[in-house]
Design a protein around this ligand. Structure first.
Ligand code: 5AD
Ligand code: SF4
Length: 441
């Protein structure tokens, strides 16, 4: 038997890319590849790129530059670019980087083995189509290998919302939901391999409307209830949600579905109605606050997380203060915040931009407020009893690390805890980025 070839895959960006990278490793397993953790001994290097951050393409080019020597020493080394930068700039990457052998957009991963074979014959391969078929259906899954206790599962991709700052509708394409039965089958398969927590992924996950087994369209809540019935699956999460798609049945599920964890990532981006309009967000600050109120009525202890953009074109001091006031009202347990930066091809890129120092100052103020709230909520956990799913060993002897239902990292030193256990834990201390606790059962 020939030696397996080695695949080094570097993943940027969101959890959806993490999920996609796992699927790509499995797909290329069929072509004789096994994963390696370093580019140095790789036969193929694949960059799974993200376009959401600033200068995404530049970062890809500089990363590729680092492999120049490797490629010159090992001419058979294949270099591929996948993900959203591949989708947005595929042709340009091929033109600017002759050492790239293949480019594959997020909707074409099931064609990866074919592209890899083609790239091996001295020619170069590019696929940035948006085919109709379910790419995951075509991706090979490994036979029942044991998995870590928490896994991602993509149920929906793409977006039709066209926020004025965002590239997702262009790179991931139109909003598509996977049929429910495929999702359920994949979930059952994950559970058989030891998974106890599944996070359903989608750029607009709560817009899910996949075909159900009964022929009707299922909402995300309906899908969650079906997952709830799977024995052995203990925890369900989903991300990322859009305020406008937060339907009644999903809010209700947060109150009634025991396996659905009390954590919701619900980005608002800004607290100013003028800016929200200019962002094409189709909700305002009041409707968002009302929504949070309804969600909290259903599940009072739910931890809310969000995304914010500061320094969007035309944002005045008052607009920014409106955002700060919204944050004060919501009390976030977690949030991601960014300075607005232009993405070519999006509407806001054409508008007059704010000075960099204004953006920086606002970002610092916003982050200080968020950190304060995050910290207060984390500190309020001390003395409380939470449930923790243990995912890995910690840095110290007999220390295990897991996540509470609120997604806080919890450290417990206890020799009886195994990876995959869910235990009741009393929180004893709050650290900057984690909690300490003692197992109660
Ligand atoms: N500039 C800054 N932040 C952005 N995001 C998306 N596009 C941009 C942009 N052009 C942020 C949004 C989104 C998160 C994933 O990234 O807050 O919710
Ligand atoms: Fe981008 Fe989210 Fe807006 Fe869709 S809803 S365009 S993914 S920010």
């Amino acid at each position: 038997m020939s030696e397996p070839k080695k695949l080094y895959i570097k993943t940027y960006g969101c959890q959806m890319n993490v999920y996609d990278s796992e699927r790509m490793v499995e797909a290329l397993g069929g072509s004789g590849y096994v994963e390696t953790q370093t580019p140095d001994d790789a036969d193929m290097i694949l960059l799974n790129t993200c376009h959401i951050r600033e200068k995404a393409a530049e970062k890809v080019y500089s990363e590729l530059g680092r492999y120049k020597t490797l490629k010159s020493e090992k001419p058979d080394l294949k270099i591929g670019v996948a993900g959203c930068v591949a989708q947005a700039e595929g042709e340009e990457i091929m033109r600017r980087q002759p050492m790239v052998d293949l480019v594959v957009g997020p909707q074409s991963y099931h064609r990866l083995p074919e592209l890899e074979a083609k790239a091996g014959t001295g020619s170069r391969a590019i696929d940035t189509d948006f085919p109709e078929e379910d790419k995951f259906e075509h991706l090979k899954r490994r036979p029942k290998a044991k998995r870590a206790p928490a896994a991602f599962l993509t149920v929906q991709e793409g977006c039709d919302k066209f926020c004025a700052f965002c590239v997702v509708p262009y790179t991931r394409g139109a909003e598509v939901s996977r049929p429910a039965e495929r999702v359920l089958q994949e979930a059952r398969d994950l559970v058989e391999r030891g998974v106890r927590e599944i996070t359903l992924l989608g750029q607009n996950v709560n817009a899910y409307h996949g075909a159900g087994a009964d022929g009707s369209e299922w909402t995300l809540a309906r899908l969650i209830w079906e997952l709830d019935a799977i024995d052995g699956l203990e925890r369900i999460r989903f991300t990322t949600s859009h305020p406008n798609d937060m339907q009644d049945d999903l809010i209700e599920a947060h109150g009634t579905c025991k396996k659905l964890m009390p954590y919701l990532h619900l980005p608002v981006q800004s607290g100013s109605d003028k800016i929200l309009k200019r962002m094409n967000r189709s909700h305002d600050a009041q409707s968002y606050l009302k929504l949070i109120e309804r969600i909290r009525a259903a599940r009072p202890d739910i931890l809310i997380s969000g995304d914010f953009i500061v320094g969007f074109p035309e944002e005045t001091d008052q607009d920014f203060e409106d955002t700060m006031n919204l944050i004060r009202e919501v009390q976030y347990g977690q949030a991601f915040s960014f300075k607005y930066s232009t993405r070519p091809g999006t509407p806001a890129a054409e508008r007059d931009q704010l000075p960099e120092d204004v953006k920086t100052e606002r970002l610092h103020r916003l982050q200080a407020l968020i950190t304060e709230q995050q910290r207060a909520i984390q500190d309020s956990m001390v003395g409380r009893e939470v449930s923790v799913l243990f995912e890995r060993a910690g840095r110290f002897e007999e220390q295990m690390v897991g996540k509470s239902e609120y997604l806080h990292a919890v450290h417990v030193t206890d020799p009886t805890i195994q990876i995959g256990d869910i235990r009741r834990v009393r929180i004893t201390q709050s650290n900057p980025n984690s909690l300490d606790g003692q197992a109660l059962n």
